[in-house]
Design a protein around this ligand. Sequence first.
Ligand SMILES: [Zn+2]
Length: 122
Amino acid sequence: MFKLIVKKEFSSAHILHGHPGNCKRMHGHNWLVEAEVQGDNTNEIGMVIDFKDIKNNLKEIISNLDHQFLNDLEPFINENPTAENISKYIYKELSNNINTDNIKVSKIKLWETSNAAVTYTE
Ligand SMILES: [Zn+2]
């Protein structure tokens, strides 16, 4: 099996309702997304999927989150925009866009700081 990884950064602000500490106040992060895509077979030119196809899809999804106050966005109206929920959102959206019989989004790793990341898989 092959696993391809693409990285992309974005910046956004959020509030975590119910958080006992500082995260209940508005603050921002420079997030780093690592999207992992897997496939067993390569095509006639030896690729599972062109990195560019993953990058373009990820870019489109992230453009909805970049320089936004995440709590105002539809996916996070009813649930906190935690690293967990953001990584799950990106996983679902990217899966909808690129999964085929041979290609599957296998993991989203979302770095909230350079020292803390969440991984979402199914
Ligand atoms: Zn935060």
